[in-house]
Design a protein around this ligand. Structure first.
Ligand code: DGT
Ligand code: CA
Ligand code: CA
Ligand code: ZN
Length: 583
């Protein structure tokens, strides 16, 4: 079973890579082949059976997979490669692909830079900007130089320390973990490091395995199709580069050392140093093998992380908290927050249907999927009419409201709220007139435009929206896209204060590209008395499973579950949500 699932994920990853590189080749994300590969990647990822067992005919019969893509899948399953992908990988190495993360640099403009100036990486681009070498090119003026330069700096794309957005690193780690889990002799496997702590960017992927047969694991790892280049190979540690240019460090340990090793390789380094000091104070040593007595070398604890925290007189500290920002002290005093967990989530309050132009599923299909995930309530929040590409008119909204009313019984006891995702305009105004707005059960208001206004203007527009009695939550507060678009500038204290005063929740958007609000913001907001709502912002069924990522992001922000409104039972939640409108 595990092996079958790992093969689907692997094929989906290969198809996504093919889509990405084809986009660079053809110059547009809308190109027919790009969409075909993207759709096929999703289809394979969502398959209930093993892709390896399907014939070309059965693949074509699957929704989302076309004939030529089916042939590519078969080619891959039979030979372990796709000729076209090999060719594209040659043409577009990872440093080149990274250039397209810079705002305003699509595939065409990157190609121009490459052809005209030989720019093949962010480092090259940075140098060219410094030499003002772009100015002769059509479409590149001093203004765009300045913008790119700022983005490179704010996104941390320059320098030796290249970091990968979590959205790209996580699937790689999950694929490797799934593939190696079925190797003979593997007793436990997990990704560790910054990924387990759920940092938003990842330096390298660390994978830890407990196994009796180290050689089988090492060989299995280095033979994986995702591995492009072996950097080092040893008995207990190997490193490799993936085709996407990510470094993966793999460690194999004895099963009885797993807890100590997991603790060590999860880090952070700063957290480890504090733990080791605590061990020394007690006359012990702590390393990746065990917590042990100094002279006798007698093991005090090593099998699980919890054993080690216990022995050190600390309550268990969840990985997202391990950054030495007060968690050791709080664990000692037993004052850590009662962190929110996925099992606490009772509702999803930001969900799109195909009424939004960018939504993919019908209302009923979306509701079925939310109900199947055990939610007690849900808000359907299609885009307000001001969103130029895909907003919803009043008449359509009212028709949807009727449809939802008609479905209440069918989904009972799950409560369905009729909501809307409103667009905050330049002055903080929203899509419809106030009376119409007040007709919704639940409104999320988000910034979808004008990302470059100054801090004062942004703050004003956001707090104006917060003060609107129809607005229950602010969606993805800063609009950031991790690794590609910096968030808007805001005076956070002012925004948080307005949220607290008015009883407006700040959203933790679960999409891996957003994770917005960021953990630091969540922590500040909660400390100031604000409420949060963790929402998937799902545009398709599979995205409802993103809830787990928003939860981890909130954990990184030390968020106590009592501060998250969608952990509350339906009645208390609804009472709170209607209270703002009644004020
Ligand atoms: P990254 O890869 O930059 O996103 O961040 P990490 O935290 O994954 O760092 P990495 O990959 O260098 O090391 C993985 C973990 O191993 C790290 O979180 C803690 C542990 N570690 C690495 N080097 C040291 C060290 O010198 N001392 C201690 N105490 N722990 C270390
Ligand atoms: Ca790492
Ligand atoms: Ca590492
Ligand atoms: Zn949305």
């Amino acid at each position: 079973m595990l092996l079958a699932m790992s093969r689907n994920r692997e094929v989906a990853r290969v198809l996504s890579e093919l889509a990405l590189l084809t986009e660079l080749d053809e110059g547009s994300p809308q190109a027919f082949r790009v969409r075909a590969y993207d759709n096929a990647a999703r289809a394979v990822d969502g398959l209930a059976t093993d892709v390896e067992g399907l014939s070309a005919g059965e693949l074509v019969a699957t929704k989302g997979i076309g004939k030529s893509t089916a042939q590519k899948i078969v080619e891959y399953l039979e030979s372990g490669r796709i000729a076209k992908l090999d060719r594209l990988r040659e043409m577009f190495p990872p440093e080149y692909v990274e250039l397209t993360r810079i705002p305003g640099l699509g595939p065409k403009r990157v190609a121009t830079l490459h052809e005209e100036l030989g720019i093949g990486s962010v480092a090259d681009l940075r140098q060219a900007i410094e030499h003002q070498a772009l100015r002769g090119l059509t479409g590149f003026g001093p203004k765009s130089e300045e913008k790119m330069s700022l983005a490179i700096e704010r996104l941390g794309l320059s320098g030796k320390e290249r970091r990968t957005p979590i959205e790209l690193a996580l699937p790689v780690a999950k694929e490797i973990v799934a593939a190696l889990a079925s190797v003979d002799g593997v007793e436990a496997i997990e990704y560790a490091g910054s990924l387990r702590r759920f940092r938003e960017t990842i330096g390298d992927i660390d994978i830890l395995v407990a196994a009796t047969d180290h050689t089988a694991v090492m060989t299995g790892f280095l033979d994986l199709p995702i591995v492009d280049e072996v950097l080092g190979k040893g008995e207990t540690k190997s490193s490799a580069l993936t085709h996407g240019g990510m470094q993966v460090d793999l460690r194999v340990v004895e099963p009885d050392q797993y807890g100590a090793a997991l603790l060590y390789f999860t880090g952070s380094k700063a957290h480890n140093i504090r733990l080791r000091q605590r061990a020394i104070d007690r006359g012990w040593t702590l390393n990746e093998y065990a917590l042990s007595e100094v002279e006798s070398e007698k093991v005090v604890a090593s099998e699980t992380e919890k054993d080690i925290y216990d022995a050190l007189g600390l309550t268990f500290i969840e990985p997202p908290l391990r950054e030495d920002t007060g968690e050791i002290e709080a664990a000692r005093e037993d004052t850590l927050p009662d962190l929110v967990h996925l099992r606490d989530i009772k509702g999803d309050l930001h969900v799109h249907t195909d009424l939004s132009g960018d939504g993919h599923e019908t209302l009923e299909d979306m509701l079925d999927a939310v109900a199947a995930r055990g939610m007690g309530y849900v808000a359907i929040t299609d885009h307000g009419e001001d969103l130029r590409i895909n907003g919803v008119s009043r008449d359509q909204m009212l028709a949807q409201r009727n449809r939802i009313a008609g479905l209440a019984e069918r989904y009972h006891p799950m409560r369905i709220l009729h909501g809307c995702e409103l667009n905050i305009d330049r002055a903080g105004g929203l899509d419809y007139d106030q009376e119409f707005l007040m007709g919704f059960d639940w409104c999320v208001a988000s910034v979808h435009s004008l990302f470059d206004l100054d801090r004062h203007e942004q703050t004003e527009r956001v707090i104006t929206a917060i003060r609107n009695p129809a607005v229950n939550a602010i969606g993805h507060l800063t609009g950031r896209q991790i690794g590609s678009r910096p968030g808007i500038e805001l005076d956070l204290d002012t925004v948080i204060e307005a949220a607290v005063e008015t009883g407006t929740a700040l959203e933790v958007n679960c999409h891996l590209r957003r994770l917005d609000v960021a953990p630091e913001v969540a922590r500040r907001a909660v400390a100031a008395g604000a409420y949060l709502v963790i929402s998937t912002d799902a545009h398709r069924i599979g995205e409802l499973d993103q809830m787990q990522w928003g939860v981890l992001n909130a954990q990184r922000g030390w968020v106590d579950k009592s501060r998250v409104v969608n952990t509350w039972p339906a009645d208390s939640f609804l009472q709170w949500a209607t209270a703002k409108r009644a004020r």
